[in-house]
Design a protein around this ligand. Structure first.
Ligand code: ASP
Length: 341
């Protein structure tokens, strides 16, 4: 009889659903980009290069320290991106590129790999940190993407920091717009093709981050001012979930930068995740396939950074450079600018 009670109890306990506690993993990691493009040593001064490396280091350390002390990948991505949005060096937040009317329209998106929840904003002009607005859309609205004035009203109502549009302007981007517009007016007749190409690529500086926290949760975010001289409220890939940003705990977290039209058409970030999920590719193989065999073949260029559920980090591009940095679980920091570093 005793044996029967014991057996029943054993079966009962054995069949109970395992409590949904989070699995603590010992691995974590973080990777960032500050835009891809024609970034060549010959166009760079040592001082400028050091400046970029310093801000990339500062940004990634913020996220790394959050992860190391047990914080979430969401917080790490948000706070890391804040540093780059607040720096005039990058095409996101302060220092964003100007559109054809000489105003600034910002886009951002965020995705959480555990819940597959996501948020995005596009075409905003007064939200100091667009990435936080994207996260708020995810947390406090029933929607995934808000745009323009509505997004600004939402951000204001939800207590995000609002600034005047002038806050975002920098001399450098005002001059870039002038040069791009002069080039467009001159058409290709009097300008060297190389210079036309160079000016066309004057968009780099989008920022992004992907992170894995100690609870095994992945997250990714991207923030940008888009492309210099853009018209008609053009929106690129950065705020499009699946194109510029994607995260799924089963595969990876990805943030992209590059010629947005091609990244939208190639559904870059989700495609990398899908190759891992359905075809068993590694994150490196998947990114290589999408950037070199899909985007490049269509005629697009740019790069991606990402991290998988095991903490493997990837940084892939088909441009001469991409501002980027990574820290793996062992704490090793790498900061790079040129493709062949
Ligand atoms: N992907 C951005 C856009 O097309 C620009 C960039 O990343 O350089 O808006």
């Amino acid at each position: 009889m005793n044996k029967l009670i014991f057996l029943t109890l054993f079966i009962f306990l054995g069949c109970r659903e395992t409590p949904k506690t989070k699995v603590e993993t010992s691995t974590m990691g973080i990777v960032i980009h500050g835009g891809a493009g024609t970034i060549l040593k010959k166009n760079m001064t040592l001082e400028k290069e050091q400046e970029y490396r310093a801000v990339l280091t500062k940004a990634i350390m913020v996220g790394y320290n959050i992860l190391k002390s047990g914080g979430t990948s969401q917080e790490a991505v948000e706070k890391t991106i804040h540093v780059m949005e607040d720096s005039p060096l990058f095409n996101a937040g302060k220092g964003a590129v100007l559109n054809s009317n000489a105003s600034i329209e910002l886009d951002a998106s965020f995705m959480d790999g555990e819940s597959l929840d996501a948020g995005a904003i596009s075409g905003v002009r007064t939200i100091k940190n667009p990435i936080s607005a994207a996260i708020k859309v995810m947390e406090a609205s029933p929607h995934v993407m808000l745009s323009g004035l509505g997004a600004e009203t939402f951000a204001n109502e939800n207590g995000l920091e609002i600034v005047t549009p002038e806050y975002f302007f920098t001399e450098r981007r005002i001059n870039s717009l002038k040069r791009v517009q002069e080039a467009a007016a001159l058409k290709e007749t009097t300008m060297l093709t190389e210079e036309i190409k160079f000016l066309h690529l004057q968009r780099y500086g989008t920022v992004g981050c992907a992170a894995l926290d100690l609870s095994g949760n992945l997250a990714a975010g991207t923030s940008t001012g888009g492309m210099t001289n853009k018209k008609w409220n053009r929106i690129g890939d950065a705020p499009i979930i699946g194109a510029g940003t994607y995260a799924n705990n089963a595969t990876c977290a990805i943030s992209a930068t590059g010629w947005g039209e091609f990244f939208i058409r190639s559904v870059v970030a989700h495609d990398i995740s899908a190759l891992m999920e359905y075809k068993g590719f590694s994150i490196q193989e998947a990114a290589h396939e999408v950037i070199h065999n899909k985007v490049a073949k269509l005629g697009g260029d740019g790069g991606v950074v990402g991290i998988d559920f095991n903490g493997n980090i990837m940084m892939e591009m088909n441009t001469p450079g991409m501002y980027r940095a990574q820290i793996d679980a062992s704490g090793k920091l790498q900061v790079k600018i040129y493709k062949d570093e």
